[in-house]
Design a protein around this ligand. Sequence first.
Ligand code: ATP
Ligand code: MG
Ligand code: MG
Ligand code: MG
Length: 479
Amino acid sequence: MKSKEIRSTFFEFFKSKQHAIVPSAPMVIKDDPTLMFTNAGMVQFKEFFLGNSTPKNPRVADTQKCLRVSGKHNDLEEVGMDTYHHTMFEMLGNWSFGDYFKEKAIAWSWELLTDVYGIEKDKLYVTIFEGDDSEGLERDTEAYNFWKQHIAEDRILNGDKKDNFWEMGEQGPCGPCSEIHVDLRSEEEKAKVPGIDLVNADHPQVVEIWNLVFMQFNRKANGNLEPLPAKHVDTGMGFERLCMVLQDKKSNYDTDVFTPLIREIEAITNTKYEEDEEKNIAIRVVADHVRAVAFSIADGQLPSNTGAGYVIRRILRRAIRYGFTFLDKKEPFIYKLTDTLVKQMGDTFSELVSEKNLITNVIREEEQSFLRTLDQGLILLENVISNATTKTISGKKAFELYDTYGFPIDLTALILRERGFHLNEKEFEAELQKQKDRSRAATKVETGDWVVLQEDDVEEFVGYDSLETTVKITRYRKV
Ligand code: ATP
Ligand code: MG
Ligand code: MG
Ligand code: MG
């Protein structure tokens, strides 16, 4: 089954179960102080869960563009290293807003995977929430009993709060969850590590594919859980992982979601995927990161020096450096992948088609500008490494790389890790703070034709949490 058919089959299935198919929300979030990027399908439905607004249809399904590079869900370090975590990925999901609950969610997920997609039952196993005493949360025996109707009991495993209590972020709707995993190991591989109790055990052929979350609570800013006004279902299935299973591949990158990009990278860089592990990682990183960056630009978020824009810049610079060091690309090349990406995904995400020129131009300019200093920065870093007397590198050097050569701190840390060193991040933070203080002081004196009138301590009401806060307000007058 081609990926397009896998996606449309998901929609057809849930349509047949009276779900409305809705579009993906933007990947970049503009108006939520708690979240920069959509990291799961449920984000656009948060207000329904909280009871602040009412959905037109109590059952919906969609594919959601997600990005997991910051905050509670940050997979950046895994990307490229493993074969199933991406920065940007599609999450297929079905929802019930106060409508069906555990029984139907479980039965339908099983029906879709085994009857419709035809995954062999003995390749699947599931987990349920074992409970958590510290928060007074009970074991999800309800889910256990529904699963029992479909799957042998020895394939239902307990999971702890980390894996089986899903939370979007530090606050917001959350609840116990039940996850479906596949074990695609060959008999020979299985003999090496017997048993199915391998949940998230870093075996690339044993992966989680679908998470069924039973939304029951809201995590408040003070950390307390309060019950939601109604119970809901929120599910998320990794589309690329599902394609891997259904296309009988060992890696997401071997599915038709990624192979056109990989072939193009091979052609542009004159390399071959799967010949050398360092190059493999670099190729996977580039194939992954171009998607994150392109989708972000299509949402209107360009690379910049602050906030979400800086996250995107960091991702792109990471890809540029992988290309530079391991694929020997000293010239811009990532922008050339836009064509292939748009061909591959433009049918489902039309914003890629309409913003194709912008995406191409922005990526090319970013590549050009970073490549101007990358070489010099790497030489400097090389010197630092060869002169190092300990395995910890000074944050001052990292700051120079950041400030003068445009190296995001996580990139410097990554390169050092590759070489067996690590970075004194505290020192870096201190340097950064010093710079901020310097520039703050500078803006004070460099107000140009504005003069300082007076500095007041003003009592301002900032919000209920902070009550009164004293803020210093500097008043200026134009001269
Ligand atoms: P994992 O344990 O593999 O990191 P997760 O438990 O963090 O996954 P969920 O938050 O439960 O993931 O998200 C629902 C589904 O989305 C997962 O079951 C998985 O199929 C998919 N998924 C999660 N993170 C990624 C990612 N970084 N890249 C691709 N797919 C992902
Ligand atoms: Mg994860
Ligand atoms: Mg997990
Ligand atoms: Mg999960």
